[in-house]
Design a protein around this ligand. Structure first.
Ligand code: ADP
Ligand code: MG
Length: 714
């Protein structure tokens, strides 16, 4: 807790550590490390084993090795077609050989001298006639008197990093940090609990993970396990405390049992609700009728029909004499909701209002005037809704669409009102159930499992770029049938040096050379809002047949007439993201097609880090997409491949990151953490925690959550 020596030290900025210059601090903060606490809990995601030297012939294909040998030959070449500069260095030890290959780093050749001793460290990518090949290995240049028997190496941690920040620098910083800060780092779990669950001391575990040196695999696993429990514990404490905050909320809404308005609404819909939609609605209804605020998460894949569920719930609030609001993360989505809801609500005489960031003063005044009028309304907006000082009056229900784009802070702002409305959070990211319960343990969860009937699964193909001409022909064919297509490029991103075909550039090429006869549109993040929206509107209205875009179209855009989606550089997307993108098609009655262009460079070296981490080649990863359209199945695979920390693609604001823990794999640890969290909070509330445990525990909560929790006593 604030005031303790531990807290004061660990919440210091990272620049307080020896060796952290302002520049390094800035780079570290890009990795999510701002304080000493952040750094201590910023764990390596793998290790490089420099502890054992092997002979080239002992290296296993696909595995990491440290190979010793004398330089036999150094070659600098150019490949003819690809115009790549290659450096090849052959080393030899007791008759067996290893070949190191570097791409486009010609200067490497000058660092070698025939006859000198070196170590190669890296992954072996196959062998040719008895000679193992390593792509871009790290090199240690040795003295002439080096002998492998006298070698003393280490196991080195590897951290997620950012451009300009080397592993060496991070390791140095971590070394300094450990000696400066770890002595103040205290165990917060009671000793008997640790013993009971077979957990080691936390400081010991932290030290081992950052500096494993020659630690045995078993010991390292034990340390990891302790910190897995720690990560889960933090989340569980957060969930339990959030629940306590919620229980103290002032709630005044009195929703009524659905009546004529709801019946009318459902009768005017062009379809019948599915079984899943109805059962989710009944859960929502029960929450809304209960004398406590609803905090429900509605999970349902893209296209599963969440909007109509939200609409029904909002109309329930309206029928009960309240206003209701729905917030979307982007203006495009908000506008789409607005149009859908307006269409539905006009028929039953309910007003739908629209609020967005760029509203003119006059529009705003108009809106505020409507707020004051008697009649109940349904308000659609972006999160700018949150910044409207004049809170929506008489709010009975808030629906938050695409929850994971909203930070905790934004959610908290909604709660500034004197009494809280019911809250329904919707997400189309099919988070694996285990992860959802870990992250959102404070929420009740509803799931729409099956999409409305009559959906035709999207046919998905993974192809290499050589096939593009026939892909373009296919688009032309579909366009001649009056259907529409998306062509998606990775987001324009300056920090990424590898060349991605920018949407804008390709728009030029495709409109002039490939589809001069078709009407094309371009949408990406850097365009003006008006331009973006105008193009989206044209696409929706069918004035544009082919939309070139970046991932701005990712969430929620609904154009049922679009039957083709081509995703270029598909290997660069996460599976969950590909799934979201693909969800834009197959929304109507047409058979739809998704073509994933796998641009993985043929030269293995450029791409090898991904399969290294995942154990899967890009192709096999993309094949998951071709195999299934079930978002939950894909989500499971994605989490399996990338771990929950990376699962969302971006660092999540508001969640303590899961670096080590994976709720799918670490089930036992999750249970232990849950029990411990409840036990400790319970003991705390009864005043039964030993003073030093209490202090350590509260300090830990404060470090993890800052001042987010304001439960009296916490
Ligand atoms: P999402 O869950 O992605 O928000 P939407 O609510 O946008 O999905 O629904 C996708 C499409 O399915 C919409 O065009 C919607 O009108 C339609 N839809 C929703 N429920 C049903 C249903 N029960 N039967 C048929 N179509 C439905
Ligand atoms: Mg939606």
């Amino acid at each position: 807790m604030p005031g303790t020596k531990e807290y004061e030290l660990l919440q210091k900025p990272i620049s307080a550590v020896k060796g952290v210059t302002a520049r390094r601090a800035a780079l570290l903060s890009r990795c999510g490390v701002a304080t000493l606490w952040d750094a201590l809990t910023f764990f390596p995601y793998r290790y490089e084993d420099y502890s054992k030297i092997v002979r080239p012939d002992q290296v296993k294909e696909g595995s990491e090795a440290l190979v010793y040998g004398k330089v036999l030959d150094v070659k600098a070449e150019k490949t003819f077609k690809k115009r790549l500069k290659l450096v090849k260095v052959l080393i030899e030890n007791s008759g067996s050989r290893a070949l190191g290959v570097w791409f486009n780093q010609p200067w490497i050749a000058e660092r070698f001298e025939v006859g000198k001793k070196v170590l190669f460290h890296g992954v072996c990518h196959g062998s040719f006639s008895g000679c193992v090949q390593m792509t871009n290995p790290d090199v240690i240049y040795l003295e002439d008197d080096f002998h492998p028997d006298n070698y003393e190496g280490k196991r080195l941690p590897v951290y997620h990093t950012t451009e300009g920040l080397t592993q060496g620098v991070i390791r140095t910083v971590m070394g300094n940090l450990i000696s400066e800060a770890l002595p103040s780092f205290r165990e917060y779990l009671p000793t008997d609990e640790l013993k009971r669950s077979g957990l080691c001391d936390i400081s010991e575990a932290v030290k081992l993970l950052h500096d494993p040196n020659k630690t045995s695999d078993e010991e390292l696993a034990k340390a990891r396990r302790r910190l897995v429990v720690d990560e889960f514990f933090a989340l569980q404490v957060g969930n339990v405390l959030t629940k306590k905050v919620m229980q103290k909320e002032n709630y005044e809404a009195h929703h009524l049992v659905p009546g004529k308005l709801i019946v009318d609404f459902l009768n005017t819909l062009p379809f019948k609700l599915t079984k899943d939609q109805l059962s989710v609605l009944s859960e929502i209804k029960n929450d809304m009728l209960a004398p406590r605020p609803m905090h429900r998460l509605l999970q349902g894949d893209v296209g599963s029909g969440k909007t109509v569920v939200a609409a029904t719930a909002m109309l329930m609030a309206i029928e009960s004499g309240y206003n209701a609001a729905i917030m979307a993360p982007t203006e495009i989505l908000a506008r789409q909701h607005y149009e859908t809801l307006k269409k539905w609500c006009d028929r039953i005489g309910v007003d739908v209002l629209f609020s967005y960031g760029g509203m003119k003063a006059k529009e705003k005044k108009e809106l505020l005037k409507r707020f004051e009028e008697e009649k109940n309304f349904l308000l659609v907006g972006t999160h700018s809704l949150l910044h409207v000082k004049e809170a929506v009056p008489n709010l009975g229900l808030v629906v938050i669409d695409e929850q994971h784009k909203f930070g905790v802070a934004q959610r908290a702002m909604l709660r500034e009102a004197e009494s809280v409305p019911d809250t329904l959070i919707m997400t189309a990211t099919p988070i694996p159930r285990s992860l959802a319960m870990t992250l959102y343990g404070h929420l009740d969860i509803s799931v729409i499992k099956a999409p409305p009937e009559g959906r035709i699964p999207v046919k998905t193909y993974v192809v290499t770029p050589e096939r593009l001409p026939s892909v373009w022909n296919f688009i032309r064919k579909e366009a001649s049938l009056g259907h529409q297509a998306y062509i998606v490029y990775p987001q324009i991103d300056e920090s990424d040096k590898r060349e991605a075909k920018a949407a804008a550039e390709m728009f030029e090429v495709l409109s002039k050379k490939v589809f001069p006869d078709l009407k094309l549109g371009l949408v990406h993040g850097r365009l003006e809002k008006e331009e973006k929206e105008e193009t989206m509107r044209k696409f929706r209205d069918g004035e544009i047949s082919v939309l070139i875009c970046t991932t701005v179209i990712e969430v929620g855009v609904d154009v049922p007439n679009a039957s083709v989606m081509v995703i270029e550089d598909a290997q660069r997307f996460g599976l969950a993201q590909l799934h979201q993108l693909r969800g834009r098609i197959g929304r109507g009655k047409l058979q739809s097609y998704c073509v994933l262009i796998d641009n993985t460079p043929l030269e293995k070296g450029e791409e090898y880090s991904q399969p290294l981490l995942t154990g899967m080649t890009e192709n096999r990863r993309l094949e998951v997409m071709a195999k299934t359209c079930d978002g939950f199945e894909i989500a499971e695979a994605d989490m399996e491949l990338r771990g929950p920390g990376e699962f969302f693609g971006e660092k999540q604001s508001g969640h303590p990151t899961l670096y080590l823990a994976n709720p799918n794999r670490d089930k036992r640890e999750l249970i232990i953490a849950k029990e411990l969290a409840e036990k400790l909070i319970d003991a705390y509330e009864r005043g039964e925690l030993a003073p030093e445990v209490k202090e350590a525990f509260l300090t830990r909560v404060a470090l993890r959550y800052g001042t987010e929790f304001t439960v009296p006593g916490f």
